[in-house]
Design a protein around this ligand. Structure first.
Ligand code: IPD
Ligand code: CA
Ligand code: CA
Length: 273
């Protein structure tokens, strides 16, 4: 049995090392751009950060498994059969990163016995380290954080994101229309992990998007521990574990959550009529 505090310290250390690497690659070495599947931007820094994080995990914890966007994206639901699983996004916000924006982060979660128990999201450009341990609260640079108390949609700032694949945008645009009509404003900041951490500390009131598990595994625990309600605006398939279900995520402060849920469900119904 590994101490969760030690797992957290280790995750923070490797997130900082990967942070130094991605800053250096962009600011000193210079980036090489490539496109996964012809569409999805990836740089040498994504791959090098992935290698740094995964080799550090393998060296320290040889019996743990890894699900990482860049080196093992198809590992599947390994947490159902393995006690310790690390879920890694070496750079969340690659498009921002490659275009010189500073809204990007390293996201590392550790699943212990089937539950996301340790979470780290680190933005090296702003030196913001978000972390959480299951049941022990959420923190930004060591200080406790909590969700905002906004209760009115008309005053709420909602973040979302848009997929790389451009097919089937209609339903998504209807949701954006509903949110723009009823809420104060929308943000598309470009890093789902940071969007969710921003929500956790009250910089945003609501967030919704469909993602991959490495985008949100860590940030979701941080938001939960900060008092957010985390769910989905479409029905969960039978047997799906909400911690890992990636489609139609909805995260908000608990007062706003039911109102946003109603709005998004109505927008979804509109699309099928
Ligand atoms: C992306 C970011 C973005 C979200 C995309 C993700 P990446 O992750 O989180 O905000 O809208 O769906 O794929 O590709 O930069 O790791
Ligand atoms: Ca990502
Ligand atoms: Ca990524």
């Amino acid at each position: 049995m590994h101490s969760k505090t030690l797992l957290l310290q280790f995750a923070m250390e490797i997130a900082r090392q990967a942070g130094d690497l991605i800053v250096h690659e962009r600011e000193v070495a210079g980036l090489q751009h490539d496109y996964k599947g012809g569409k999805e931007l990836v740089t040498q820094a994504d791959l090098q950060a992935d290698e740094l994080i995964c080799s550090a995990i393998r060296a320290r914890y040889p019996d743990h498994e890894i699900l990482s966007e860049e080196s093992s994206p198809d590992a599947g639901r390994i947490w159902e059969r393995v006690q310790y699983v690390w879920i890694v996004d070496p750079i969340d916000g690659t498009v921002n990163y490659a275009h010189g924006h500073n809204q990007s982060a390293i996201s590392i979660a550790c699943v212990v016995g089937g539950d996301v128990a340790v979470a780290v999201v680190f933005n090296p450009f702003t030196d913001e380290m978000f972390h959480a341990l299951q049941g022990e609260g959420a923190f930004r640079n060591g200080k406790p954080i909590a969700v905002a108390r906004e209760t009115e949609l008309s005053r709420a700032i909602i973040a979302t994101g848009f997929p790389y694949v451009k097919e089937g945008l209609g339903p998504m645009i209807r949701r954006v229309e509903a949110v723009l009509t009823h809420c104060a404003d929308i943000r598309r900041l470009g890093s789902a992990a940071l969007d969710i951490c921003f929500l956790a500390m009250g910089r945003l009131d609501g967030y919704y998007e469909s993602l991959s598990v490495w985008d949100f595994a860590a940030a979701r625990l941080i938001a939960l521990e900060a008092g957010a309600e985390c769910g989905h605006f479409s029905e969960l398939p039978a047997g799906a574990d909400p911690q890992f279900h990636n489609k139609d995520l909805l995260i908000a402060n608990p007062r706003l959550y039911p109102k946003l849920l109603e709005l998004l469900v109505a927008a979804n119904q509109q699309q099928s009529t």
